[in-house]
Design a protein around this ligand. Structure first.
Ligand SMILES: [Zn+2]
Length: 463
């Protein structure tokens, strides 16, 4: 019995040892040899090639034990350019509760501006992601590569039209030809861009742009014809032969309590986005500054909806019998109780004839907007195609619907004094790609013939 019991006592520790040994062996086998799975690597270049500065997104994922070290480099022949290097601590095999980094997304860029001696040809984006190690073993890293062409030559850009004479605040046209790699082209004028369009009836690559010299741009060097490819290589051509600066007209608006009491409540009621500041002058200034700027942004956004066709056939009409009350782009000082309270540029013409005068469309087009629009009150905007639009505001009544095609001279509504207007008049603006321009040129058949028609030839339909 004693023997037996002794035997039994001595067998238990042996079994325990065996179990411990087995557990240790299993732990060694798992922890010692088991590495993390290979991370998943994704390389997404923003374009078909590497150019001046091409954005690049790299995503690396390993949700089990998390990421280790990651390096991204651009390789061209013998040259290796580091793009990114990150280190993480993967979760240890015996600590499944530990912190880890399961995913990383890197926003990088590669190109001639960043890697100065990068040459045209090909280059490879290489991503190396280390795997979580075992105790005894560091597995080989996961590697992914994407090879891309390197393009550093700007598209061909050739000027075809001559005699570009533009006045500050006015418009002009240019005809040009781009090479096959051009993806975007048009005219840059300071902060504004006027897109180019295929020349109707022209050869492949022949394009034209209507552009303007913004009313507040006095340096013609800031006007350039540009063409760029999908990877940011850009050709620029100076093409303005004559630039006529303008004298900035100035004016004064005297604000009084009667005027504020007339315009402020109406605009506040019609503009839910505007908060009541509780005081007429404060409300007026919010309207004159914030709402004016918001309305300008809204009008610029409309340009994206302009048709790519000449909707007009004849010169533009002015308001018949309309007396010009103020010139284009007048710099206005606003005075209240003898004190200057604001300054704004008035970006249109104010025309007066008789009260409740019918307002004819300046030309054939499509009604893009027909509703109350902030400082402009009841407003109609007519699209004439290729970014050219006319705007009629302060109307007492609107007689057309959005989407309607209207003929030259069609009655759009009647003049009035809605919005920021002291008395019955028509505020008329002309817009190109959203920029207010001087309409006086478009009222002049000789100007249209010489500046636009002569360049576009048969591309401009005649009435
Ligand atoms: Zn006006």
């Amino acid at each position: 019995m004693r023997d037996f019991s002794h035997h039994r006592r001595s067998r238990a520790p042996r079994l325990l040892l065996l179990l411990l040994g087995l557990a240790g062996f299993a732990l060694l086998a798992v922890g010692g040899l088991r590495t993390g799975p290979a991370p998943r690597i994704e390389i997404v270049p923003d374009g078909p090639a590497i150019g001046r500065r091409t954005p690049l997104t790299v995503v690396v994922e390993e949700p089990v034990r998390g990421l280790g070290g990651i390096t991204v480099e651009l390789v061209q022949g013998e040259r290796r350019y580091p793009l990114a290097s990150e280190r993480f601590t993967p979760r240890a095999v015996w600590a499944p509760w530990a912190e880890r980094t399961p995913r990383i997304e890197l926003s990088l860029a590669a190109g001639r501006e960043l890697q100065g001696d990068l040459a045209a040809g090909e280059a490879t984006v290489r991503v190396t992601a280390e795997r979580a190690p075992a105790w005894f073993r560091q597995p080989p890293a996961a590697v992914a590569e994407v090879t891309l062409p390197v393009r550093l030559t700007p598209p061909a850009l050739q000027l075809l039209s001559t005699q570009t004479y533009v006045a500050q605040g006015g418009c002009e046209a240019v005809v040009y030809r781009t090479g096959p790699t051009a993806a975007h082209s048009g005219v840059v004028a300071g902060a504004w861009f006027f897109p180019g369009y295929p020349l109707p009836g022209g050869e492949p690559g022949e394009r034209f742009a209507l552009f303007a010299a913004p009313y507040d741009l006095d340096n013609p060097e800031a006007i350039r014809l540009v063409a760029s490819d999908e990877v940011g290589n850009e050709a620029r051509v100076a093409f303005v032969d004559r630039f006529t600066p303008r004298r900035v007209p100035t004016g004064e608006i005297r604000l009084d309590d009667r005027f504020l009491a007339k315009v402020v409540p109406e605009i506040l009621a019609a503009t839910p986005a505007l908060t009541d500041r509780g005081e007429p002058l404060a409300n007026y200034l919010a309207i004159n500054r914030e709402l004016r700027a918001a309305n300008a942004t809204e009008l610029t956004a409309l340009a994206a909806r302009s048709r790519e066709e000449f909707l007009w056939r004849e010169p533009f009409l002015a308001l018949p019998g309309g007396k010009v009350m103020s010139p284009f782009a007048e710099r206005r000082r606003y005075l209240y109780a003898g004190r200057e309270v604001d300054e704004q540029v008035h970006l249109g013409y104010d025309l007066a004839s008789v009260r409740r005068a019918p307002v004819p469309a300046a030309n054939r087009g499509v009604v893009l907007l027909a509703r109350y629009l902030g400082i402009y009150g009841n407003t109609v905007v007519v699209d004439h195609g290729y970014g050219l639009m006319s705007l009629y505001s302060h109307l007492s009544a609107i007689a057309v619907d959005e989407g309607e095609t209207i003929e030259r001279g069609a009655i759009l509504g009647t003049t009035g004094e809605t919005g920021l207007a002291g008395g019955d008049h028509l505020h008329f603006s002309f817009l190109l790609a959203g920029l207010p321009v001087d309409p006086v040129e478009w009222w002049d058949p000789a100007w249209i013939r010489n500046r636009i028609g002569r360049k576009l030839g048969a591309a401009l339909p005649a009435g």
